[in-house]
Each structure stands twice: as C-alpha cells, then as structure tokens.
Design a protein around this ligand. Sequence first.
Ligand code: PEP
Ligand code: MN
Length: 339
Amino acid sequence: MIIVMKPGALKKDTRTVIRKIKEMGYTPHTIYGKTRNVIGAIGDERGKFVLQSLESLPGVDRVVPILKPYKLASREVKPEPTEVKLAPGVSVGGKKLLVIAGPCSVESEQQMIRTAKAVKAAGAQVLRGGAFKPRTSPYAFQGLEEKGLKILRKAGDIAGMPVVTEVMNPMDVELVARYSDILQVGARNVQNFSLLKRIGKSKLPILLKRGMMTTITEFLMSAEYCLSEGSRRLILCERGIRTFEDATRNTLDLSAVPVLKERTHLPIIVDPSHGTGHFRYVPSMSCASVAAGADGLMIEVHPSPENALSDGPQSLTFENFAALMETLRPFIAAAGRTI
Ligand code: PEP
Ligand code: MN
C-alpha cells in the first residue's frame, strides 16, 4: 500500500505514520517527492487492507494499493523519475546522458590507465572494468580479482573518474565495495537473490543488468529485491536478450527502454557492446538507444581489442570511441539531453 501524505504534512505526522506501519507489521519506505512525501508500506500482501485505517491520521491524504508486483520500483510509488547521484558532479536519470566506458576486463595497470585517460578525454564520466569475470568456460580468463580492483581504483583516481565493477558473490560485496564507487550485478546473476539482498544493504549505487532470459517484469522484481533491502540508488541496464537470431551475440531489446520508462522511475542505460557482440554495430545501436530515451550508455573500450583477454570483438579502440562520442552529439541534442 502507499500512504500519500498531504502536500503540507508536518514531519511529526509522517513519523506517526511510519510508527503505525511498523506496529502493523509492515516495513515503511519513505519516498521524498518535490511537493509531498509518500510512504510505501511493504509486507504481506494478504492482510494489507488493515493499512487503510491510516487514512484517518493527520497529514494523510489517501491510502492506495500498489497494483504492480514490484512496489518500490514502480511509478505508482514515485511518479517522477529518479536521478541517481554516483559521485560529485556525476549522476544518471537527469538531463545529462551518462557514458560509462572501459574494457571488459581489467588486465594490467598500463591498459587501465591508458583507457581511463582516453575515455575521459572523449567525454566518458565513469570508468568500467571487470575484476571478477563471469565466463562461460572455467578455462577462460577469470579476472585479476583484488589485484584488478586495485588497478581499477588507481586508474579511476588518476583520471578523476568514479569506477564500476561487477560483484558475483555475496561474500565479495564488502571487498568490491572497498574499491568501487558502483556495484555491478551482471546478466547471469540478475536472479541470484542472495546476491541481490546482500548488495541491496550496501550504501553504494547498484548497476543491475538485465538477464539474457528475464522478462521486464522479472527484471523489475530483481530491482525490487535491492530496493526492499534499503538500496535507493539503482540503475537498470538493458544488455540484450537471447532470441533465435544468431547474427548478433544477443538481441538488443531497445523496446525495453520505453516500457521500463513507463513502469519505473529508475534510470535505464543501454549496453550495446554485449547487446550486439560486434564493435561495428555499437555506434548505430548507441544512437538508437539515445533516441529511444535511454539515460546512458555503457561501452566496452580497449587499447588493442585484438589482444583483449575478453570480449575483444565487441570492444572499440580509443579512436572508434572518440568518433562514437562525436556521432552521438546530434542524437543527444535531439533527445533534449546534454553530455
Ligand atoms: C560485462 O559487463 O562485462 C558483463 C559480463 O556483462 P553481462 O553481465 O551483461 O554479460
Ligand atoms: Mn564484457
């Protein structure tokens, strides 16, 4: 249920509502809006109508059920879009398009520092690089783990960029959070519920990638796991789904962008690198993502893609990345955004 407070409700009225919600055995989640606050009461769906009695409390405008299975992620709870702050001066979900760039995997200090400087100069705001890699084969490069986290942090600090990296295991959340500004949950872990619950307790922003076989509703239910644990800074990422088509690595589902925009207040970015699997298709799908209303892009960039330890075929060179940033400009302006 959502308890919608009146525009001029007093702080003590909100506090009373929160206390009552707890007494009734539900968990309150307050969402501070521009004109009024709403309090989501989350818990057992079956007895939720007892919450209707809160309507008689001072400062309460109305009590309404949340119809969607995802609650805190839904537009019903928060009609206006959420702008997620990632670092001083860097956010996503507002007017400015977010660009995250970097290699698939952290391989060496030199590779990361060169990449950080190149992508920053071309206009990227966040540096990426995997230190724990979810690989299909156990014999493929698995990532440099803590050594990779240290390199990523150093490269980000040198270039003056916040960093994002994947965490695969609930036991590693604390370790990864020591080095990274944003925690990424990869496609393969989108329904790893113990990871989602653990990561939802972290204070860091979360970048949640859509699974290759998750529906949009399932994707939002995964986001709900993090939000219900207290996370407030969550970004969704469309990265392609499995279909019968094999000309591309995945089928980039760009229709997910307007659908998600309608259903959730959370920011949504697109990863056309994993979405297509080939560097030649990345620029057109990046422009299409911006046109579709995405709040940002995540692009794989490598100093020498032919030597990359993972995902070389879909990685852009520094030159190709700089060219892409130029190509994007008119699309960014046409979408009413800035960079
Ligand atoms: C990645 O971002 O490098 C990655 C492994 O992506 P995904 O989880 O979308 O496959
Ligand atoms: Mn990759």
